[in-house]
Design a protein. Structure first.
Length: 625
């Protein structure tokens, strides 16, 4: 087994070797199979001759099919996932590489029918099926397109919806109101997957009492707008186009996101744009530019993670002992400085006194910064050439300005947490339609402010953040982390943040959280949490340990204990012993975009977080080797 220092050295060598020419790290941002299936369907709808890409994506999808015919979102998902199975089945049929008579396709069909067919699919799968002619749109779409014109003074406007939800739902709103359906001569039929045809049941999620009442209020607000109906309708259509075109990135994608770009392309087709329209051609090219290769096949990334990877890795390398003058660190930080954002984006609507200066997540993201990438980039840049102090100060001011009125920090937009939106029957409404304060964002912001800006208790901003975290601790001692899996992740962020803010290790909340982590440690010294935690909203053990979860839990304990007890020593032994071992746990998602729909495997995490944890262990406990 490696010594601590030799494992640190190994991880540093791996990361240095994998750095790209521009100074960034472009490790894959792997999001399962959803984007691969959607891209096959999109290329076929647009009748683009991309046989090689379609074939490679289809091979990747086929390689993940289970014996019962289904596909899963994550390794330990029980049985299989109905929505993902429908999407993969549809994409394989559309690709032309498989037909319904193939053995594995028959098994997929049997699984889909056993789970209730298309009617039991998730909402976003139904949207895909409706816009591609496989499923009926609702007789009346619950929100009229004119709702995009509602002013901010109305009880709900489009800018009360989070930027992530807004960028996806605005094009869907247009498509639903137009009941747009697009088919080609290659379009397969999924009619045999509709078990019953009942208009009332097809979109039963739109028919709950609370949802119906809220939809009616929005519709009434739209009707109350002054103007002739036809004129208002045309104004709304123009508003949708203006929204989409105003947020295109240099590569032609909408916010550098796959899903919003996909929906935008279909929306433009619904408005009469040609399949060869330059905007559409450029958007598709932008999506294709985000291809990465995994196990020999193409994967269409949801976005790239270059800024996030690079900020984390540069910071981890410096924590391991590399000086800021090291060439790898200098190149990384030059890349980060080139990606600082100086444009005003939608965030200014709720934060009008702030100035640009944050960082976004992906390589070409220039108008959608977030708090997490901003503080991560500032950690990496800490101590660099004083000539860059102005950039660092701008980033710090942006991060401080984003604190919510409740004391916590959101991801993208300030005070966007209208809880009325949770009543809408939108899959994942709580975290798609709103952008609330979360323990992970708040904890990591406090960690940055405490350790890098020396802002601690009793600073008023820190006090408010600490109070928010303490108020939002779960009864068992954990915290829920929004952007990762899940309670281990949130607890790590909260504990390291509280410690950096100056909260005493003897504080009851810290003791309770540390006890919870110790109680759930596995016999092998590691930790592992299932994605089922995110679905069931309670901690669900994975049954195996992962490098990332172990690093998070151990780092949290290191932050609060003055001496390395047996729980920490066992965790360090696990990281040293398992660092190079291969297995399914190395590919298990550590991030999530939406529960029961969208999970993320960060290929960088198996290196970054063990390196950070081993470095912090060595620093705090003065370990010699």
């Amino acid at each position: 087994m490696h010594s601590v220092q030799s494992e640190i050295d190994r991880l540093v060598r791996v990361l240095k070797k994998d750095q790209t020419k521009d100074g960034s790290w472009n490790y894959p941002f792997e999001t399962g199979l959803i984007t691969d299936a959607y891209m096959i369907i999109l290329l076929k709808l647009l009748e683009q001759n991309e046989a090689h890409l379609i074939h490679s994506a289809a091979k990747r999808i086929e390689s993940r099919q289970l014996e019962n015919g289904s596909w899963k979102l994550f390794h330990d998902e029980p049985e299989g996932n109905l929505s993902l199975t429908i999407e993969c089945y549809y994409a394989l049929l559309y690709s032309g590489h498989r037909n319904k008579a193939d053995r594995n396709m028959r098994k997929a069909r049997k699984f889909i029918l056993s789970k209730g067919g298309l009617r039991k699919a998730g909402m976003y799968t139904k949207f895909l099926l409706a816009m591609t002619g496989q499923y009926k749109w609702p007789i009346v779409f619950p929100v009229p397109i004119e709702a995009v014109l509602l002013p901010s003074s109305f009880f709900i406007s489009i800018y009360d919806i989070s930027v992530f939800g807004r960028s996806n739902l605005i094009p869907i709103l247009l498509l639903g109101n137009k009941k747009f359906r697009l088919k080609t001569h290659d379009t397969p039929s999924l009619s045999d997957l509709i078990i019953t045809r009942n208009e009332e049941e097809d979109w039963e999620e739109f028919r709950t009492g609370e949802a119906r009442s809220l939809f009616d209020h929005i519709a009434q607000g739209a009707k109350a707008l002054i103007g002739l109906p036809r004129y208002l309708h045309s104004l709304a259509i123009e508003a949708v186009k203006r929204y989409m075109f105003g947020r295109l990135e240099a590569d032609g994608t909408l916010y550098n996101y796959f899903s919003s770009t996909f929906y935008m392309i279909i929306a433009l087709l619904s408005l009469g744009h040609s399949k060869n329209d330059p905007v559409i051609i450029k958007s598709v090219k932008g999506l294709k530019s985000m291809i990465c290769i995994i196990d020999g096949n193409v994967h269409f990334q949801y976005t790239t993670a270059n800024v996030w990877n690079t900020s984390l890795i540069s910071y981890a390398l410096q924590e391991s002992g590399l000086p800021s003058e090291d060439l790898s660190v200098q190149r990384a930080n030059q890349y980060l400085l080139s990606r600082q954002q100086y444009k005003y984006g939608d965030w200014i609507i709720h934060n009008p006194d702030a100035s640009p200066g944050g960082w976004g997540f992906s390589d070409l993201n220039s108008i959608n910064p977030d708090v997490d990438d901003t503080t991560a980039s500032l950690r990496a840049l800490n101590g660099v050439n004083p000539d860059y102090q102005q950039a660092w100060t701008r980033g710090l001011q942006y991060a401080l300005s984003m604190q919510n009125n409740d004391g916590g920090w959101p991801a993208f937009e300030k005070n966007v947490n209208n809880k009325l939106l949770h009543l809408l029957p939108i899959q994942g409404a709580e975290y798609i339609l709103t952008d609330p304060s979360t323990p992970d964002l708040t904890g990591r912001t406090l960690e940055f402010l405490g350790n890098y800006v020396n802002l601690k208790i009793p600073d008023d901003r820190v006090n408010k953040g600490v109070d928010w975290i303490l108020r939002n601790q779960k009864s068992v001692g954990s915290w829920y982390g929004r952007w990762g899996i899940c309670y281990i992740y949130g607890t790590w962020a909260a504990l390291t943040g509280l410690s950096a803010a100056g909260v005493s290790p003897g504080h009851p909340s810290i003791i309770k959280a540390a006890d919870w982590l110790i109680q759930i440690q596995n016999e092998d010294g590691g930790w592992g949490e299932s994605c089922l935690s995110d679905i069931q909203r309670r901690y669900v053990p994975l049954g195996s340990s992962t490098l990332t979860h172990t690093a998070w839990a151990a780092d949290a304990l290191i932050s609060v204990f003055d001496k390395p007890g047996p729980h920490i020593e066992k965790a360090i032994s696990f990281l040293l012993r398992e660092g190079e071992r291969e297995g399914w746990t190395n590919h298990y998602p550590a991030g999530q975009g939406m529960a029961n729909f969208f999970y993320i495997h960060y290929h960088s995490y198996r290196y970054v977080f063990p390196l950070l944890t081993l470095s912090h262990y060595k620093q705090k406990y003065k370990v010699e080797n």
